[in-house]
Write a protein that binds this ligand. Structure first.
Ligand code: SF4
Ligand code: SF4
Length: 345
């Protein structure tokens, strides 16, 4: 459908970016070549503008999927023939992997690199991912290394999976007090746009108003000032103190073998945090109303047998979560909290 829409326009009026996943048992040269040829055929074009080695996470992963099978050499050949205009990779791992893959720049000449960057991940990626065992790399480091090598940067997750567009009331009030006309999402976009090596910012847009807000945020663009950046850093610290779970409802962790509605439970919990229905204890102001709102919403949105108390901690879901959420740990926390509320009317 995308191809059909694009074909109505001259080929030099748009860019096509796509990726070579080449994983999960498909790691041969032939399979990688087929993937690329298939992309050309789907888009009915003779070249791809931005071609990514998808989800690189470590040197070993890079070697297995692209080096040892000769696929990277073949892709570089396609680039020299003009069938790939820009060759890059997207990164989702820890610092040693990033450093090792970037060291190949001298040989490969990466035309661009796609990284997760937003004002929370800039300095606080460990806390933003909410999983202590994962040494997520701060975007400040990733961006700095790329900028030092003059490599253009493509940003994914500028909204941290939508989290920075759906902030709790406290941070929203703070952002609005500085610029009442601007949305929370606009701050996140303008943060990314402030850095000169940023080539493009990928944004998921579901509704027309998202598109309009994004256009407004970047039209007549003014980079944020040093003062604005310091203000956003303080906002990031405030956001990190709000205990929402950074679940984007992507459903990659589903189905849970024990039947839990993982994204549904997190959505309910986050909604209650954002609406201020998480009373700390029975002496908190508005305890009765908040307790009732929390328990009624939980009962209505999640069937009994799919709630957090059914988590056995098997860890099946962990490896699938792109946000690095400690799902069983969060389930225990939510269950303990729900039980506490039930026992204290
Ligand atoms: S750890 Fe819990 S939520 Fe995750 S798959 Fe196992 S039972 Fe389901
Ligand atoms: S994979 Fe992670 S982010 Fe996606 S729905 Fe599951 S918990 Fe949420």
């Amino acid at each position: 459908m995308t191809a059909a829409a694009l074909l109505r326009h001259p080929r030099d009026k748009y860019f096509i970016a796509t990726k070579c996943s080449n994983q999960n048992g498909r790691k041969t040269l032939k399979e990688g070549q087929d993937m690329f040829e298939n992309s050309l055929s789907v888009f009915r074009t003779d070249h791809i503008d931005y071609y990514l080695l998808h989800i690189l996470s470590s040197e070993q992963n890079f070697k297995e999927r692209f080096l040892d099978n000769g696929l990277l050499d073949w892709l570089m050949e396609q680039r020299s023939q003009g069938r790939i205009r820009n060759l890059g990779f997207s990164f989702h791992g820890e610092r040693p992997g990033f450093d090792a893959i970037l060291a190949w720049h001298e040989k490969v000449h990466w035309d661009f690199v796609q990284i997760q960057m937003n004002y929370l991940d800039w300095k606080h990626s460990d806390q933003a991912s909410s999983r202590p065992d994962r040494k997520a790399v701060n975007a400040e480091y990733l961006y700095g290394q790329l900028a030092a090598r003059e490599i253009p940067v493509v940003i994914m997750e500028p909204m941290l999976g939508g989290r920075l567009a759906k902030l709790a009331q406290g941070p929203v009030t703070r952002l609005k007090s500085r610029e009442p006309e601007r949305s929370a999402a606009s701050w996140a976009f303008r943060f990314c746009g402030t850095f000169p090596k940023v080539l493009t910012i990928l944004s998921g847009m579901t509704y027309m108003e998202h598109l309009q807000d994004n256009i407004k945020s970047l039209s007549g663009f003014q980079p944020l000032s040093e003062d604005d950046l310091a203000f956003l850093e303080d906002t990031a610290l405030q956001i990190l103190n709000f205990p929402t779970v950074p679940c984007t409802s992507c459903q990659y962790c589903m189905p849970c073998p024990y039947g839990l509605d993982i994204p549904g439970i997190f959505a309910h919990y986050n909604r209650c945090v954002n609406e201020d229905h998480i009373p700390q204890d029975a002496m908190s102001p508005g305890y009765r109303e908040s307790r009732r709102a929390y328990l009624v919403s939980y009962a209505r949105s999640i069937p009994r047998e799919r709630r957090a108390d059914h988590c056995v901690g098997c860890g099946e879901c962990l490896m699938h979560c792109p946000q690095g959420i400690d799902i069983p740990g969060q389930m225990r926390k939510i269950d303990r909290y729900s039980e506490k509320l039930k026992k204290n009317p």
